[in-house]
Design a protein around this ligand. Structure first.
Ligand SMILES: CC(C)(COP(=O)(O)OP(=O)(O)OC[C@H]1O[C@@H](n2cnc3c(N)ncnc32)[C@H](O)[C@@H]1OP(=O)(O)O)[C@@H](O)C(=O)NCCC(=O)NCCS
Length: 434
């Protein structure tokens, strides 16, 4: 984990100057100060939420206290203390290969008041985040997005994909394994910690994962103020034959008119082992009085479809989920382990400058990358945008497919060699929103 605390980093002066030229003020917000509540109101409004109660605001404060909050103010407004732009960020880590993590500058809460949209406020805030992260030594920034149209212009690109899954239980007779461990309901008391403990082990093994946080797990557990479904939350753990928690499913059941065919909504299903995955999925699919099981942020091709008699009982809708932005090419490429040796000269184009350049990328038999600048006059084998490099970094997509789409180019042999080398040992997945 990065030793730098983002909360101590100064405001980006370029963004401050750009916003000042437009009559706007750029400022850091202290989560324990008076500016916190208006900041939190602005974020809720930006994501189309209602006015939060005191309890909800206090609950959010527990998370936002750990983040770098930045706001944009229009001091001529009727509510001059309520920001017209918000963003928060924090240092976290991204799993790049099983058991291997790298520092990540995570960005969230990007909102601009509808009264102030399309005046360049988001541009100033995102520029400020990227410059601050790069200056602090982060090789990667990341976020999850409401719309796929926003962040490409700042060099972000999808790096992990996830499926929303819906399963018709009447067609999904279980044909998968029957693990030897056991399932037990667990109380809501202490549930958030229990979810977090399982997830923390799962996320370290899965490329694309980032850690959750207490507030995220309180939300999943149904104990966050304002959760209208909170009382309905149930949780079941899978314990292996040694009695160790290896997986957990947290769910609610929504009423349907047909009492024998309710909807079971999976809030989280985290499995540390194939046994835990099979046992928990079997549990939800065979739950009495349930006709449909829905789960979000599952693997692109969810393994459960191999465990039921009729795979078409499982509908998986694929979406881009985590977007990464490479800020330092050599360090980003060196952050993961590779599957096959490689020797290639790669040019990366980045209109914002952070990642612009050309490098020799050499991967030896040990799977480690050594990345050094290309000297003037050296031949280049492949070219791609910083966006394309972000998309292939974890192996979630193939560079040959991006070449077919015209956003990478080069010698076919070199492109194919990159595909072999970048192939992930496990399909990358981010299983939370951040
Ligand atoms: C998305 C949002 C933050 C953009 O803020 P903004 O201040 O209006 O954006 P800017 O004026 O800085 O726009 C910068 C560029 O992005 C484009 N852009 C902004 N929002 C866009 C959107 N939703 N879709 C496509 N393009 C968008 C602008 O047209 C502009 O394009 P240009 O580079 O060609 O000039 C704002 O619309 C918002 O708060 N939306 C609701 C909350 C949300 O979805 N936030 C994102 C969370 S991941």
């Amino acid at each position: 984990m990065a030793s730098i605390d983002p909360l101590t980093l100064p405001l980006d002066q370029t963004s401050a100057d750009d916003l000042a030229a437009a009559g706007l003020e750029y400022a850091r917000v202290d989560a324990d100060g008076d500016a916190y509540r208006p900041f939190q109101r602005a974020v809720a409004r930006g994501f189309l939420g209602g006015e939060s109660t005191d309890d909800e605001a206090e609950n959010a404060r527990l998370t936002l206290r750990t983040r770098r909050l930045t706001a944009v103010y229009d001091r001529d407004g009727v509510e001059a203390g309520v920001p017209v732009g918000t963003v928060d960020s924090w240092a976290t880590e991204l799993t790049t290969s099983p058991g291997r993590q790298t520092d990540l500058w995570a960005i969230s809460a990007v909102t601009v008041a509808p009264t102030h949209r399309r005046r360049g406020i988001a541009r100033a805030m995102l520029g400020g985040e990227l410059r601050t992260a790069a200056a602090a030594g982060f090789a990667l920034a990341g976020l999850t997005v409401t719309e796929a149209t926003i962040y490409g212009r700042w060099g972000f690109s999808p790096a992990t994909w996830a499926s929303d899954v819906e399963i018709d239980t009447t067609r999904a007779r279980w044909t998968g394994p029957t693990p030897a461990g056991r399932l037990d309901f667990v109380p809501r008391d202490g549930l958030a910690d229990r979810i977090g403990a399982v997830h923390d082990r799962v996320r370290r093994q899965r490329p694309g994962s980032v850690p959750g946080w207490d507030g995220r797990w309180r939300g999943v557990a149904g104990v966050a103020p304002g959760d209208k479904q909170g009382e309905k939350v149930r949780a079941v753990v899978y314990r292996d034959t040694e009695g160790v928690d290896r997986g957990i499913v947290v769910y609610t059941i929504a009423d349907r008119d047909d009492f024998a065919a309710h909807d079971l909504d999976v809030r989280a299903l985290f499995a540390e082992s194939p046994d835990a995955y099979a046992a928990l999925w079997r549990f939800v699919l065979e739950h009495d009085l349930v006709g449909t099981v829905k789960a979000w942020l599952q693997a692109p091709v969810p393994p459960v479809q191999w465990m039921v008699a009729d795979r078409r009982a499982v509908t998986a809708t694929l979406t881009d989920h985590q977007w990464l932005r490479i800020l330092d090419v050599p360090r980003a490429l060196a952050s993961r382990a590779y599957t096959a040796p490689l020797r290639v000269a790669m040019r990366v184009t980045d209109p914002l400058g952070f990642a612009d350049g050309a490098w020799h990328v050499v991967i030896a038999d040990d799977g480690e990358a050594v990345v050094e600048p290309v000297a003037d006059g050296d031949a280049i084998d492949v070219e791609m945008t910083v966006n394309a490099l972000g998309s292939i970094l974890l192996g979630g997509t193939r560079v040959t497919e991006l070449a077919a789409a015209g956003i990478a180019s080069g010698q076919p042999g070199a492109l194919a060699a990159i595909d072999r080398s970048f192939a992930p040992s496990m399909t990358p997945l981010l299983d939370i929103w951040y």
